[in-house]
Design a protein around this ligand. Sequence first.
Ligand code: FES
Length: 147
Amino acid sequence: MQDWKKHYQQHQGIDDPVGYLVYNETILDHFKNPRHIGEIEKPDGMALVGDPRCGDHIRLYLTIEGDKIVDIRYKVFGCAAAIATTSILTELVINKNLDEALAITDDDIIKAAGGIPARKAHCSLLGVMGLHKALAEYFLKKEKGEL
Ligand code: FES
């Protein structure tokens, strides 16, 4: 009798040492109950970023008061890991000053998540890219005197 699991792994390339799409409780919680989901009507910074390899994308909105991110919202068209890691990002970013927010990396998100299957690690980049691009838009608006 064929070992179906071994056969499937060999043919699908799912020999992920962390476990094939086995998400921990933190990831599952953020996927099922994403924090700060939504939009901001008049954001101080906004970004649309995507991953051309999978087609997933997020739209991220910021409200900034003084030097602090006081609100962050997002919408995701993407995988479970993108939804969960962007949700975790919002918890790391809210009420942080801009320098602290800019220092957050995808590794910080994965650490806060308590780990993520290796093949899904790249999904945590979407939120970070969105944050950086939205902050870049904020700085540009500020420089032009639009805020
Ligand atoms: Fe595209 Fe997760 S597979 S962001």
